[in-house]
Design a protein. Structure first.
Length: 626
């Protein structure tokens, strides 16, 4: 009797009748019911968080014209990440307590004031209150904490961007004011240059003024010395002029008398000509002779006429001389009267010129000092202009797009560029390796609720223990392979878990089923009813040590040996690689460990079959049977 005949006989026994066939079908579907439904139920819970009710309370009051609490509330509700309800503080507290809301986020009254406090250099952290209730669901608190952290990061990024924008705007303001200062410094430099040029001219003029004022003082001093006797001399001149005027007046009077006598003589001569002409005519002298006589008389009086003309002219000149003498006398008198004031004025002018010369000398010295300061002012203003222009180049002056981009970068300087070497896609797909491994073990376990690990007929017939052991396992192996294929098809085709390498994954699932059925078979063959209990214990140990949910490195140190020894952790690891990425050297280790457990389990089954060939009292009447 071969192992295959033993396995075939066991399978015929199980399928002899309708109910046994249904039972076999149920055994095949056990892993499907466990794993596929669990994966389906938890396939993408994060994608359905929008159905999770949550409350948000906005108690914020605006500050500095900003109502940041309202902005945040609107953004959160609009995001649709949860089924948000904006309610009052009392409604939120009661809703979380009664399970109406999974959690509540509260924005306090001083939220905007705290966020804008840095602008007044009175910094205060803003607070977001998170209210949870583990009585609703423990994971709700974890999810809510993550949501609150995301809200906090979003607010910090938003406020940080605004603060950075104001900071950069300050640079633009500084740039503009510095540019104005640079322009003013340029104008100052130009003005200082003009001042320097004018100061040089003023210094030159001051030097000339000093020299000229010294000359003026010397000249006025000489004038003062030379005009000291001027009052006396002008008085003498005035007296002499008065005497000359008096003499000229007498001469003019004599001349006037002479002119008057000469004029009378002319009238007499004119009358004589008339009388002579009349007498001659009366004497009967012809007219032509009368005219000749008159011509002779006129010729004789010509010297008298000429003398009269000269006398009249001389008399007029004497009158003019007398008048001029009077004016000269009057002017001399006025000059004599003014001469003391003139000399006093010249003396005062000489004193003033001396003071002017002294002041001009001081002015010349001061202008030299001022010119030196002006030179330094011109040089300093040029340095100020150049320094401001150089500094202006160092001051950032971003435009609006640059400032916005820079502010956003300052507020959120780091971004995460996720480079996934392999991706499960959803929460259910991520847990699929663990639940497929667990379901395969459970499937192997339930098989031996109906299957007999060892054929009593074959043992009684003296069949070799190896054949009996392998034959008892082969029946379970066939059904286990059926379980694995049904489970794999349901998980991939019905649930929709994507598999990177389906054929390799199917082969690995078959190897897993063969190994697990061999282990459960060995436990049942060696320990009987106790073996079923040991199978459950081994299941529990693998549940806690396989690392199916959290990374196995997070296990307590005491569980590390279990993870390294028991096979389920290697099944989970192998399925992860084949479902998400592909085979690797780690996959070879997983296959090697499973093969090792498979061979070891068959060897234990062979040993159990050998032991079962000896009939004992405990075997005939066991203390415990299932």
């Amino acid at each position: 009797m071969t192992s295959f005949r033993i396995a075939a006989g066991e399978l015929r026994r199980l399928t002899a009748g309708t109910l046994p066939k249904l039972a076999v079908a149920a055994l095949i579907l056990v892993p499907l019911l466990y794993a596929s439904f669990y994966i389906y139920a938890n396939y993408d819970p994060y994608g359905r968080l929008s159905k999770l009710p949550a409350a948000i309370v906005n108690s914020d009051t605006s500050a500095q014209g900003r109502d940041i609490g309202r902005e945040v509330t609107a953004d959160v509700v609009k995001s649709g990440s949860f089924r948000w309800h904006e309610v009052s503080a009392d409604e939120a507290a009661n809703g979380v307590r009664e399970g109406k809301y999974s959690f509540a986020v509260t924005i306090p009254p001083d939220f905007s004031a705290a966020l804008t406090s840095t602008g007044n250099f009175t910094p205060k952290q803003a607070t977001i209150r998170l209210t949870t209730n583990d009585a609703n669901n423990y994971l709700s608190r974890t999810i809510a904490s993550e949501v609150a952290e995301q809200i906090r990061n979003t607010i910090a990024e938003k406020v940080g961007a605004e603060a950075a924008n104001r900071f950069l705007m300050g640079f633009s303001t500084i740039y503009g004011k510095t540019q104005e200062a640079a322009n003013g410094a340029a104008q100052l430099a130009d003005g200082a240059g003009s001042l320097q040029s004018g100061q040089k001219q003023l210094a030159d003029g001051a030097a000339q003024l000093a020299a000229g004022s010294s000359q003026l003082a010397a000249g006025l001093n000489t004038l003062e010395d030379n005009t000291a006797a001027l009052p006396r001399q002008t008085r003498q001149l005035a007296d002499g002029a008065a005497q000359v005027s008096a003499g000229n007046a007498q001469v003019a009077a004599q001349g006037a008398a002479l002119a008057s006598a000469s004029a009378d003589l002319q009238k007499t001569l004119d009358n004589a000509d008339t009388e002579v002409a009349g007498q001659l005519r009366s004497d009967g002298l012809p007219e032509d002779q009368v005219q000749r006589v008159l011509a002779v008389l006129r010729a004789q009086r010509t010297p008298a006429d000429q003398a009269n003309t000269k006398i009249q002219t001389a008399s007029g000149q004497l009158n003019q001389l007398a008048a001029g003498s009077r004016q000269v006398a009057a002017g001399a008198a006025t000059l004599a009267a003014s001469a003391p004031q003139l000399t006093n004025g010249i003396a005062r002018a000489a004193d003033g010129a001396n003071s002017l010369a002294s002041g001009a000398a001081k002015l010349d010295d001061g202008e030299k000092t001022a010119l030196d300061g002006t030179n330094r002012l011109a040089a300093g203003s040029v340095q100020l202009r150049d320094g401001l222009n150089d500094g202006l180049k160092q001051i950032p002056n971003p435009d609006d797009p640059q400032r916005t981009a820079t502010a956003d970068t300052i507020a959120d300087p780091v971004t995460v560029d996720s480079a996934g070497l392999a991706s499960a896609g959803t929460y259910g797909a991520g847990l699929a390796p663990f639940f497929m491994a667990l379901a395969t073990w459970i499937g192997g376990f339930v098989l031996f609720l109906l299957l007999r690990p060892l054929s009593a007929r074959a043992l009684a017939a003296g069949v070799a223990p190896a054949r009996v052991a392998i034959g008892g396992w082969l029946a379970a192996a066939v059904l286990g392979i059926a379980q694995a294929l049904v489970l794999f098809g349901a998980v991939t085709w019905l649930v929709g878990v994507h598999v990177a390498h389906p054929f390799a994954a199917i082969g690995f699932m078959i190897l897993t089923s063969l190994t697990f059925t061999a282990i459960v078979h060995a436990l049942n063959a060696m320990f009987g009813a106790v073996g079923k209990f040991l199978g459950l214990v081994l299941l529990v140990l693998q549940l806690v040590s396989a690392g199916g949910t959290f990374p196995w490195q997070t296990l307590p140190d005491a569980l590390y040996p279990l993870h390294l020894v028991l096979p389920m952790g290697y099944v989970v690891d192998g399925l992860r690689h084949l479902l998400y990425a592909g085979a690797s050297l780690q996959s070879l280790l997983d296959i090697g460990v499973l093969c090792g457990w498979l061979v070891a389990a068959i060897m234990v089954s062979v040993l159990a079959a050998r032991k079962q060939r000896v009939w004992t009292v405990s075997k005939l009447r066991p203390e415990l049977s299932l």
